[in-house]
Design a binder for this molecule. Structure first.
Ligand code: SF4
Length: 212
């Protein structure tokens, strides 16, 4: 956090989180097609950004992420991939930022619940989670809505076999007010459990806007 980074955001996701803050990559996917070479050219033309974050949507859905990350590595960039951890690809990656989705993400109330069953069945893939953890430097980042989410987080951390210091808890919310309200109790949860607290710095600095 706090490291100036170039973001590559893909559009398209296999999940439909009820609180998704990038619905233009999931619920209503949009965007224009760029070739791998064009993306690499863009990165090459921004030599000031040594750190690159590949995010989405779900970037691991797409086979092109393999040559893309290999190309970024050839440019000697530090590569972070943000993924929900449900799909594996043999990517080049320096930090696998895995954000497994909790029950609080399932969209039972949104669009008459038409994506809820699909989301519920797809949101956790323990075998993929374990392989990502085994193959890459990683962190586990959970989006938290309420204190009762903690039981589920503990179960998943145990399932993954991850030490506490690899676990980050991030408050859900797209306004500084909502984040401030949740941070009060979430910080205490982190202190008790030995997890790391993860603010949503871009929302605090710029608001819930695209391209920041
Ligand atoms: S996994 Fe990420 S991009 Fe996909 S619906 Fe959930 S929050 Fe949105």
């Amino acid at each position: 956090m706090g490291v100036p980074s170039l973001f590559i955001r893909v559009s398209g996701c296999n999940l439909r989180c009820v609180w998704c803050d990038t619905p233009y990559t999931s619920w209503q996917p949009e965007g224009e097609e760029w070739s791998v070479e064009r993306i690499l050219d863009s990165a090459r033309n921004e030599p000031g950004y040594r750190h690159i974050v590949v995010t989405g949507g779900e970037p691991m859905l797409f086979g092109e992420i393999v040559p893309l990350t290999q190309g970024l590595r050839a440019l000697r960039r530090h590569i972070t991939i943000e993924t929900a951890g449900t799909v594996f690809q043999p990517v080049a990656c320096d930090l696998m930022s895995i954000s497994p989705k909790l029950r609080n993400s399932t969209p039972w109330e949104r669009e008459a619940g038409r994506f809820a069953q699909m989301h519920e069945q797809a949101r956790l893939r323990p075998e993929v989670l374990r392989k990502l953890i085994a193959d890459y430097e990683y962190q586990l980042k959970f989006v938290v809505r309420k204190p009762s989410d903690l039981d589920e987080i503990r179960q998943l951390v145990e399932l993954a076999g991850a030490p506490e210091e690899r676990v980050l808890l991030m408050p859900e919310g797209v306004t500084p007010e909502a984040l401030a309200e949740r941070s009060v109790w979430l910080v205490e949860v982190c202190k008790q459990a030995g997890y790391r607290y993860c603010p949503r710095l871009h929302v605090m600095l710029y608001g819930n806007r695209r391209g920041v």
